[in-house]
Write a protein that binds this ligand. Structure first.
Ligand code: GRF
Length: 194
């Protein structure tokens, strides 16, 4: 994905469902002059998502779509994205599955962050399963979103060692820290030479 020299930043929407620490981190990153993205919109299926407070503080437009009727909500979201000229979606802890149709119709790229070394441990409860299986390593992955869950082309991964005394919670905290470094790096990589 290229930007022409001197062009303005890429309009980006972040989709969240909860804490939104990755969202917050992406907003901070986007404020850097060198960052290729501008965050214009945050979408959530959960009106109580903690991350929305941050959006309010930073005056980023926020919209709630509960996803009770996915196809209706996605139609509305696609319209909004078009109107706001959004060309990049960053999923960051968004707990709803985006439809094949949405992926096909969206005129841009969709990225996701997953807290494991994909293709291992797709889906939920990754840290618990990693510890149960006594894995020596885990990590996080930034990948393109396709219609197959957590299976799109990998952009970047960060591997970390799992300690003997790691609990799922401890591991999640360690990996979250790495996620915050990895998402901006992956975006920079994607728009390199632009
Ligand atoms: C992160 O671990 C991310 O990898 C996963 O959901 C979590 C979201 O955390 N998809 P936060 O809401 O960004 O703090």
């Amino acid at each position: 994905m290229k930007r022409s020299l001197g062009s303005s930043k890429i309009n980006t929407a972040v989709f969240i469902s909860g804490t939104g620490s990755n969202f917050k981190n992406l907003v901070k990153f986007s404020c850097d002059n060198k960052a290729p993205i501008k965050i214009n919109l945050v979408i959530s299926n959960n009106s109580n998502a903690k991350g929305l407070n941050f959006a309010k503080k930073f005056k980023i437009e926020q919209r709630i779509y509960k996803y009770k009727n996915r196809s209706e909500d996605e139609k509305k979201i696609l319209k909004l994205l078009k109107r706001k000229k959004i060309k990049l979606i960053c999923l960051a802890g968004f707990m709803k599955i985006i439809s094949k149709n949405f992926i096909k119709k969206f005129n841009g790229k969709i990225l996701n962050i997953h807290p494991s070394l994909l293709p291992k441990y797709k889906g939920l409860n990754t840290h618990f399963r990693v510890i149960e299986n006594k894995e020596k390593f885990s990590g996080c992955t930034i990948h393109f979103v396709t219609s197959r869950l957590d299976s799109g082309k990998i952009i970047l991964q960060k591997k970390i060692r799992v300690s003997k005394n790691d609990t799922p919670y401890k591991l999640s905290r360690k990996i979250l820290k790495e996620e915050h470094a990895l998402y901006p790096k992956a975006i920079m990589k994607l728009f390199a030479n632009s």
